[in-house]
Design a protein around this ligand. Structure first.
Ligand code: ATP
Length: 233
């Protein structure tokens, strides 16, 4: 059974419809890539799943339960986390940023999980009392990831983890994601960067708010639509 299941989801901003009947599934433990160009509707879809935007029509189920009318915090409590492009608070320290990610946990639990995360992110551990604003772009992204992982989500929604990063850091982010995501966490990653296909079990290509194509990583890699749009072939 799917952990996350969308059927015919429509949404938008005010009178402007952006998403047109999106069907999408993420199974437990699966990594799914949401591939699409600028303005395709990727961010809008993630916001609708977490509840920052209303679902106009269709339904969203998480673990079999309808969640599309729940408030965002209720969805977070059920185990969904959202890592936006902005990610971290620059004036707060690294320690404080990570603690915010686990705001609904007991302090002792946050501390325990934070120490474990620091083993995965030694660069952050060395600067834990520094303001997040003093980190490099790549390190900030790592902090964004640590901050959402502290809640040990069952489903992590990531909005363009590669944005604003030089290619060398993009590779690093992918490596960190590979090693830090436990098998208990499913991932839905919105990206324009096709390099993230390497991480994915399956993917969806979205265009003008509709699913144009979906399939396994291998199917997408060999699809003409993806090759034309992303590999310039
Ligand atoms: P990007 O990579 O640029 O973030 P995206 O695939 O995430 O692209 P969205 O941000 O979901 O695309 O944007 C889809 C459409 O929704 C675009 O036409 C955009 O102009 C519009 N849009 C996004 N945010 C708003 C908003 N707050 N109010 C009105 N329209 C918006």
């Amino acid at each position: 059974m799917s952990l996350l299941s969308l059927q015919g989801v429509e949404s938008g901003y005010g009178p402007m419809q952006i998403l047109w009947g999106i069907d999408l599934d993420v199974a437990a433990g699966e990594t799914v890539l949401l591939l699409g160009a600028n303005s395709a509707g990727k961010t809008t879809l993630l916001r609708t799943i977490i509840g920052l935007l209303p679902c106009w029509r269709g339904g969203i189920r998480f673990d079999g339960e309808r969640i599309d009318t729940l408030a965002p915090d209720q969805r977070i409590r059920r185990g969904i986390a959202f890592m936006s492009e902005l990610g971290v608070f620059p004036t707060l320290s690294i320690d404080e940023n990570i603690a915010l990610g686990g705001y609904f946990l007991r302090d002792a639990e946050v501390r325990r999980r934070r120490e474990r995360l620091f083993e995965l992110f030694p660069d952050l551990a060395a600067k834990r009392r520094d303001a997040a604003g003093s980190l490099s772009g790549g390190q900030r992204k790592m902090l964004g990831i640590a901050k959402v992982l502290v809640s040990e989500p069952r489903l992590l929604l990531m909005d363009e983890p590669s944005s604003g990063l030089a290619p060398v850091f993009v590779k690093q982010v992918i490596e960190v994601l590979k090693t830090s995501i436990g098998s208990g966490t499913s991932l839905l990653i919105a990206e324009q960067n096709v390099a993230f296909l390497a991480l994915a079990d399956r993917g969806y290509l979205i265009d003008h708010g509709k699913v144009r194509l979906s399939g396994t990583r291998t199917e997408l890699e060999s699809s003409d639509a993806v090759r034309e749009a992303y590999f310039g072939l």
